[in-house]
Write a new protein. Structure first.
Length: 342
């Protein structure tokens, strides 16, 4: 049976060029900063985001946790969106490992309103924890891949500076945001003290994420990475595909966005589907089902027709386009969905 996997762009497989690069990568002990391929990737990542230095990490979750560990102290408070990845989907590492607590703000539009962030910043008081960090997400996963703009980033920077906060961006899909806005990713990272982005989503590398920031920040984060067990030896076998990903896979993200828009517009014409087309800005399509059927059952019925999707709380469904999803796959998916909705 034909299968179209729309669960996530994490299902992407490495290209042949990536696999070939592993075979010829120059390797060394990365804990001693002797792996030439890792160093090349870290320099490239920093350059692409306009930062002084970079650090390769096994996962985006570790990258975000390292940022929180490095920017905060135990008992500090972190302002984050109530549906952000760092709050919902990182196993409570902010609290259990970094010893920080989250102060959440509504981010249902895909961003936190500046007024709400200001209201969440409590005054200095003996009863209050120190607020140390503002965490943003670009693109915003649970809002459907919405983008933060450079103007929004500047406003967030002003708020952070006024309260002496550091600013971290969970930019797992920041290149999707940059491509959607037709700008360099460095413009979206300019106001941030640190940015994490993934190599293993739409960029199709098999493993790995990057953390970028100042040389001092990355130096501290490198030590924290070792503490978490993220120090690696001949890690160039991970870095080699990452270099290909950054050099060859960013521009093609526009294809994923085009297919996501095609999918979203097709879904919007189907009775029983509720979708906000304004939020379909990149490669994520989020919609609700307005029929008397639970999400998991809906997902199972889709799977019976060869369509894999991700179930969100309640009646929400998420579909994510990527390199292995063609325009023909979108038409196949829409035809299967239309038949099923009937």
């Amino acid at each position: 049976m034909r299968t179209v996997d729309l669960r996530s762009d994490t299902v992407t497989l490495p290209t042949k060029e990536m696999l070939d690069a592993i075979l010829v990568a120059k390797l060394g002990d990365d804990i001693h900063e002797e792996d030439e391929t890792v160093k090349k990737l870290e320099e490239l990542a920093a350059q692409r985001l306009g930062k002084e230095a970079g650090l390769m990490v096994p996962s985006g979750t570790m990258g975000n946790l390292l940022s929180i560990l490095t920017h905060t102290g135990r008992g500090n408070e972190v302002i984050a969106g109530k549906s952000s990845h760092v709050f919902l989907y990182e196993v409570g590492g902010m609290a259990s490992i970094a010893g920080a607590q989250a102060r959440t703000v509504d981010d249902s539009p895909g961003f936190m309103k500046p007024a709400d962030i200001k209201a969440a910043i409590r005054p200095d008081d003996i009863h209050h924890p120190k607020i140390a960090l503002l965490c943003l997400e670009n693109t915003h996963n649970m809002a459907g891949g919405t983008c933060l703009t450079p103007d929004q980033m500047s406003e967030y920077r002003e708020i952070a500076d006024s309260a002496n906060l550091k600013l971290h961006v969970d930019g797992a899909r920041i290149f999707n945001s940059a491509i959607a806005q037709g700008i360099a990713a460095s413009k979206l990272a300019r106001e941030a003290d640190s940015v994490m982005f993934c190599l293993s989503k739409g960029l199709s590398a098999p493993i790995g994420s990057m953390l970028v920031g100042s040389e001092d920040f990355i130096g501290q984060a490198r030590k924290n990475r070792k503490m978490l067990g993220g120090g690696m030896r001949q890690a160039g076998i991970i870095a080699a595909p990452g270099i290909i990903a950054l050099n060859s896979m960013v521009d093609r993200l526009v294809e994923d966005h085009k297919n996501a828009r095609l999918l979203a517009e097709g879904l919007s014409k189907m009775p029983g589907i509720i979708i906000d087309l304004a939020k379909v800005q990149t490669n994520i399509v989020r919609f609700d089902i307005d029929v008397k059927i639970d999400g998991p059952i809906f997902i199972d019925k889709l799977a019976q027709r060869g369509i894999k999707a991700f179930c969100l709380p309640g009646y929400g469904i998420r579909m994510v386009t990527h390199r292995h999803v063609s325009e023909d796959d979108i038409h196949f998916t829409l035809a299967a969905m239309e038949q099923m909705m009937k």
